[in-house]
Design a protein around this ligand. Structure first.
Ligand code: FEO
Length: 400
């Protein structure tokens, strides 16, 4: 195998992860720019590997380790998170390294044995527990449900490195290892997409976890997540973005998300978008034929209004709407106003079904649901424009 190189990120810590240039789907989230699986080698007297990589990349990780030290010299392995993009190589790494111990959170230790047949037991660590590496220490802090029950982070005082697991991560494959080497707009875009598609349901918990760090004596100079670049400069940028994203701060922006069968629901969507624009808000008109669900979720992050249109097909919502609304509901967006709309031919159940989804997501409905039999006429399009305008007025009253 081609020898891979590690990258030093602090006096004692090296990045030894893998770059997955070709990954395009992460459980339903479209990852257009690939990703990295970050693992970190802590060169204490007891050499420690923190996290592993997705199973096919184990060789790449061990090759990067070997560029620093013989993998057999590793004493400990820490698993911060049991999801398989970080634990998939654990069994193979244990076989290759033969560590003295493998550590995980208490729930992590359980989750790992529910995933794998491991050649040695996992030693559970408690929240706040410290692992002594001789000349260095690692303190573990549980971050339950950010974003799995087992999740924890590892803090290396002295080097002041926070290995933050999925938090502060992004799916972005690059040859650059540090955020300060990458265009800031790309970081904000991919960081926001990651937050919207992975962390959104846990946004209040993410804020709580970040708020708890100073009380634990954690004041990082380096934030090293498990995906994407490492932050060693201007940490205020990523922390500032997280402050806004965790609050799901909304602005004067509305989304009109729809699909269409014979273009009638599309005509309604355009008229609603026109009304929103007339009302003074920024609009994104997002056809499900042209937009992936995960790109729409990214737009939902700062949009204050969501109008969803579906034709009725065989007494049901259109299949693409079922996909989108199921995905959206699971990610629990907050602070939205909205309404359902759509054209139908016979019985027209879809608008009511979309409305039920919006109600289940606690979207504040500003209309009972705008339905049109077959092709919208001038009266219907006027009502659509009026719905857009009244939505804009309500949104401006909310967000200023
Ligand atoms: Fe990157 Fe939750 O795994």
């Amino acid at each position: 195998m081609h020898p891979y190189r590690a990258t030093q990120i602090s006096e004692h810590v090296w990045w030894v992860g893998a770059v997955d240039w070709n990954m395009r789907d992460f459980h339903g989230y479209s990852t257009n720019r690939g990703t990295t699986y970050n693992a970190y080698l802590v060169m204490g007297e007891k050499i420690t590997l923190i996290d592993t990589v997705k199973a096919p990349f184990c060789g790449e990780m061990l090759s990067r380790v070997a560029s620093v030290v013989d993998p057999a010299e590793i004493s400990y392995i820490v698993s911060n998170h049991a999801e398989m993009d970080h634990s998939g190589s654990l069994a193979a790494a244990i076989d290759a390294v033969k560590p003295e111990k493998v550590f995980a959170s208490q729930l992590g230790a359980k989750a790992l044995v529910e995933h794998f047949s491991l050649p040695m037991p996992i030693t559970p660590v408690k929240d706040g527990e410290t692992l002594d590496l001789g000349n260095l220490k690692i303190t573990f802090a549980e971050t339950r449900m950010v974003h799995w029950p087992d999740s924890m982070v590892s803090w290396i005082p002295g080097d002041d490195v926070l290995i933050s697991q999925d938090g502060f991560g992004m799916h972005l494959a690059t040859s650059e290892r540090f955020a300060d080497e990458i265009d800031s707009s790309v970081l904000e875009f991919e960081g926001g997409r990651y937050f919207a598609n992975i962390l959104l349901p846990f946004a209040p918990l993410v804020a709580k976890v970040i708020g708890r760090l100073p009380a634990l004596g954690i004041a990082p100079k380096v934030i090293a997540p498990d995906h994407g670049p490492v932050w060693r400069q201007d940490l205020g940028r990523i922390l500032g973005w997280y402050a806004a994203w965790t609050l799901q701060q909304k602005r004067r922006k509305a989304l009109v998300v729809y699909d269409t069968m014979w273009h009638s629901t599309a005509l309604m969507a355009h008229a609603i978008a026109d009304g929103l624009e007339t009302g003074g808000v920024s609009v994104k008109l997002m056809s499900l034929k042209a937009n992936h669900r995960s790109d729409i979720l990214h737009e939902v992050l700062d949009a204050g209004a969501l109008l969803v249109g579906s034709p009725t097909l065989n007494n049901n919502i259109y299949p693409s709407l079922a996909d989108f609304l199921t995905y959206l509901k699971g990610l629990k967006p907050q602070h939205l106003i909205g309404a359902a709309f759509g054209s139908y031919g016979w019985s027209g159940e879809a608008v009511g079904q979309v409305k039920e989804y919006l109600e289940a997501m606690k979207v504040e409905l500003i209309h009972d649901g705008l339905r049109q039999k077959f092709v919208p006429d001038a009266k219907c399009l006027g009502e659509c424009a009026a719905l857009g305008k009244s939505t804009a007025e309500k949104l401006i009253a909310r967000v200023g």
